[in-house]
Design a protein. Structure first.
Length: 203
């Protein structure tokens, strides 16, 4: 009997010693990859793309749409800037004024000084990033960037606009409390154009 007990003890010890390394060598389950964070359009992003002369405001709701019709998502957002021209070269954007161009004043260097007398609208601009590649508007080198100045607005909405036989995404500016918009800015393939709502058909 003592011999049998010693044999059983020996077998159990040997079995445990053999299994321990097998258990230790079992690979751990791979950790699930962390979900990529959704892109954030915040003050830091605006400063990176346009410079510190621009700040977000309460109505700065970002719109992600294809504005220039190339099939790549673009970004449209309202911001505020007292000096929109100052960092144009540094951050590679163009300042455009389709509103005053519609009325015959075509030089943004001049019209940037006009501004609005309305304290709500004062210094409001629309920032647009034309996206490029798979990163679209988030690209380190977007297709183009624009600052639209002097457009009278209290808020904007990006919606479909009928241009002759085709539809495009356009920026509708709401100047009062109307929901349909008081004017519209759209990309005609070469530049941004302004059109008051209720005038002759947009072309």
């Amino acid at each position: 009997m003592p011999y049998l007990k010693q044999l059983v003890s020996f077998v159990l010890i040997a079995f445990g010693t053999t299994m321990a390394p097998l258990h230790a060598q079992t690979p751990a389950s791979p950790a699930a990859p962390a979900a990529s964070a959704a892109p954030v359009v915040d003050q830091a992003f605006i400063h990176k793309q346009f410079g510190e002369e621009f700040s977000l405001v309460e109505i700065s709701q970002p719109y992600i749409r294809d504005i220039d019709g190339d099939g790549v998502d673009d970004l449209v957002i309202v911001a505020r800037s007292k000096k929109p021209m100052i960092e144009a070269a540094e951050h590679n954007y163009r300042v455009v004024d389709p509103y005053y161009s519609f009325y015959g004043y075509g030089d943004p260097k001049l019209t940037a000084t006009f501004g609005s007398e309305d304290p709500v609208e004062r210094n409001l601009v629309i920032l647009v990033i034309h996206g490029a590649g798979t990163d679209a508007w988030r690209s380190e080198t977007p297709k183009a960037k624009f600052v639209i100045i002097n457009l009278p607005l209290k808020r904007i909405a990006v919606k479909k606009l009928q241009l002759r036989k085709r539809q495009v995404n356009a920026i509708f500016a709401v100047e009062a409390d109307a929901s349909a918009g008081d004017s519209v800015v759209f990309w005609d393939g070469r530049q941004y154009k302004y059109q008051p709502i209720g005038t002759d058909s947009v072309n």
